[in-house]
Each structure stands twice: as C-alpha cells, then as structure tokens.
Design a protein around this ligand. Structure first.
Ligand code: PLP
Length: 351
C-alpha cells in the first residue's frame, strides 16, 4: 500500500541490475513486464521461481493434454540442479511438491549441459515433464560455477524449461566486469538471484530476484479479496503478488543508502580487495609444503587442507576455531574434508 516503497524498489533493482550487467530483458526499464523484487533470502527466491515455473508448465501441459488432471501433471513434473547446489534447492522441491533431481557435476564440480541433457532426455522417455533447472554460480561448499551457457542451451531446446540462476554469494562480484565471464549465458535464464546482504555491504536481509516474466508468479499467487483491491491496480508492480508473504518491508531504502553512500566504484574496489586477499591466502597455502588447495580460487573463498587425513584437518580446525581469533567453516566433498577461509568482512586486512 506504499507507492514510495514500490517505486524505489523498482528503481533500485534496475540500478542494481545494470551494475551487474544483467540484460535489459530482466529490467523494468525495458518497458515490458520484467523487473526485480527484493525477497528475504535466496531460499525464498528459489522457491518463488520454482512456483512460477510450475505455473508456466501447468498451463502449457493443460493446453496440450486437456484430459489430464492437475494431479496427473504434478506427479510428472521434475526439476534439476547440481549435486553441489545449496540445500535450499532441494527444500524448494519439497515445499513445491515436485521432484528435484540432483545431478553429478564434472571433475571441477560444475554442472554441465551434457549431463543435464542426458537427465532430461531420460526423464522424457519415462513420461516425466522436465520444467525447472537451477544453475548455481558460486556453490556454497567450494564456490564452483555451473556452465550456465551450456545449461541455458539445453533448457531452451526442451520446451522452454525454466532456468533459475542462484548466485547467492558470488553474484555481488558481477558488479566488476572482469568477473562477468562466469555468468556467460545469463540471457538464456528466466530468473536470476543474488544476496546483496552476503557480500555487498547491505544489511541482512536483502535478496534480489529478477524475473523476465513475473506474470507466472503473479498468476500463481494472485488471490484478490475485496479488502486488498485498490483503484491503482495494474499501474505499477503489485509486489505482494511477487512473493510469499503479503506484508513487506521497505528494504529498497537500505539498498538506496548503500548505493548512494558508497557508489559503484567503491563497491567494486571492495570486492576486488577481498578477492585479492583470497589470492594472497591462496599463495600462502601453495608456498607451504604442508598445505594443498581443494578448489581453484575465483572469489573470496579459499578451500584448503593440510595434506593428510580428514582427521588431521578436523584437528586443525578445532584448534583454529578454538582460539577465537578466526572462524572457519569446513566442508566435505566426495569424502574429502577441507577448510574454508571466506573473506567477507569489511574489517579484514592483510595482517
Ligand atoms: N544458495 C547458495 C549458493 C548459498 O551459498 C546460500 C547460502 O549460503 C543459499 C542459497 C541460501 O541463502 P539464504 O540464506 O539467503 O536462503
């Protein structure tokens, strides 16, 4: 019910989208229905996008098979993600009442187009209906990047499977043009999400979601009781239909403050400094015979371990965290346990 809140949110998400180099088809300034909305978290964004994808596929399949009931169709829907996708993706499947398959990544932990294509074709042969794919740019465990370009082609060639991009953490780095190669193929996506609250100096919570066709979400969520009707319906995005709750906060305001206070160049320098610190730490690890890297360093995350057993590394972590100076969160992939140094505080310095 607050026009100022809506207006600023539309403008802020256009600013932010332009800062990331998102194609105009995602932005309100393109003059169409597209645009961004602030969600609370990336988990919510993944679920909202899944519900939009579900609404779109339901309509298409009903046109093709008017004799099928909603339950018939729902039981056939299947979505896909990298095995390394965040647990919130699996959860979105559970909440949305659809099957989600997690697919094996390549040896660099990226989901590749060919793997997706094989899974989709196998499921089509079984009579299932592929409808949703989540590509992760910057996985939680090791900050790996799915091959968005290849995945996008596969989605486009299979009756327009909805492609959602989860860049919760790494998305902030796309404000620096030199990292945009990692989102090559973004124009093939239907929705894109990242959390400015993770790595762009915006206070929690602020998760930015852009949609090319918000109508599928608006339609999926639109219930319009008399007490929510108003005279200006249709003149601006009615964000209550773009999200799960009805009420909403004025989160665009803090985005406005951060962008106006710091400016784009400062924010770019902030990201670059963190990535440079991560590379410095990487060098410290590789120049010490006792350590090895688990993953290539691309952003502010360094995945490393002591050469040796998992137990040895668990003991190292216990000692580091026990001192209370530095806090590291470990992960484990394919039975290899490693430590993760994440540079993400405003106060982190070389020392
Ligand atoms: N997706 C990725 C890649 C993440 O790294 C995370 C959190 O670490 C999430 C989703 C979940 O984010 P949120 O807490 O905003 O739901």
């Amino acid at each position: 019910a607050s026009p100022a809140c809506t207006e600023l949110e539309v403008v802020m998400l256009d600013w932010l989208g332009q800062m990331l180099g998102l194609p105009d088809e995602f932005l309100a300034r393109s003059g169409g229905e597209a645009g961004g909305v602030i969600q609370g978290t990336a988990s919510e964004a993944t679920l909202v996008a899944l519900l939009g994808a579900k609404a779109r596929v339901m309509q298409r399949v009903k046109e093709q098979h008017p004799e099928w009931s909603d339950t018939d169709i729902l039981s056939k829907l299947v979505g896909y993600c990298n095995k390394q996708a965040h647990s919130s993706v699996e959860r979105a499947g559970l909440l949305g009442g659809v099957q989600l398959r997690s697919l094996k990544p390549d040896n660099k932990r990226r989901l590749r187009g060919e793997t997706l294509r094989e899974a989709i074709e196998e499921d089509i042969r079984k009579g299932l209906i592929p409808f949703y794919v989540v590509a992760t740019l910057g996985t939680t465990s090791s900050c790996a990047f799915d091959d968005l370009d290849e995945i996008g082609d596969v989605c486009k060639s299979h009756e327009n499977v909805w492609l959602h991009v989860d860049a919760a953490y790494a998305g902030s780095a796309f404000i620096c043009p030199e990292y945009r190669y990692l989102m090559k193929g973004i124009e093939k996506a239907d929705s894109f999400n990242f959390n400015p609250h993770k790595w762009m100096l915006v206070n929690f919570d602020c998760s930015a979601l852009w949609l090319k066709q918000p109508r599928w979400i608006v339609d999926a969520f639109n219930v319009d009781p008399l007490y929510l009707k108003h005279d200006q319906q249709g003149s601006a995005p009615d964000y209550r239909h773009w999200q799960i709750p009805l009420g909403r906060r004025f989160r665009a305001l803090k985005l406005w403050f951060v962008l106006r206070l710091h400016g784009v160049e400062y924010l770019q320098e902030y990201i670059r400094k963190h990535i440079a610190l991560a590379h410095l730490y990487e060098k410290l690890c590789t120049s010490d015979d006792r350590f090895e890297l688990y993953e290539e360093v691309t952003m502010g995350l360094v995945c490393f371990r002591l050469k040796g057993s998992n137990n040895l590394n668990k003991e190292l972590l216990r000692r580091i965290n026990g001192r209370g100076k530095i806090h590291l969160v470990p992960s484990e992939i394919d039975d290899i346990y490693f430590l993760r140094l994440a540079i993400c505080s405003r106060y982190t310095e070389e020392s």
